[in-house]
Ligand binder design. Sequence first.
Ligand SMILES: [Zn+2]
Length: 142
Amino acid sequence: MSAPVPKSPPASSKGRSATMSAIRRRDTKPEKELRSLLHALGLRFRVDHRIETRSGRVRPDVVFTRARLAIFVDGCFWHGCPEHSRKPQVNSGYWGPKLDRNRARDRENVAALEADGWTVFRFWEHDDMPAAADQVAAAARR
Ligand SMILES: [Zn+2]
């Protein structure tokens, strides 16, 4: 018998829950933009490619297997961007530790990938994606 999985607390107001879902939706948009820019540059890469590391399975947003490049586009809220992430004041007992864990896991994943010889790029969702694509392209062609 396993213990029941605690549920996330309900959003405390309609406004809050609308904000949260907007954040979630926006998360994937810069990834898509980066992928289509990389395609337009003539690059071919893997999406949803899992990499086994010493800290478990990591799934970067874009992977170049031969060049050993792992690219992440991190959402400002979920990954704690210093410019845009304010820790939610509501349910802070839930969100604080959760977001701290996200960040700790991000650091572990990067360290584990680098230990295996991967070059890791991490972009924030607020970053300029054309500039990010150029950076990645330069590394992929090296
Ligand atoms: Zn940001």
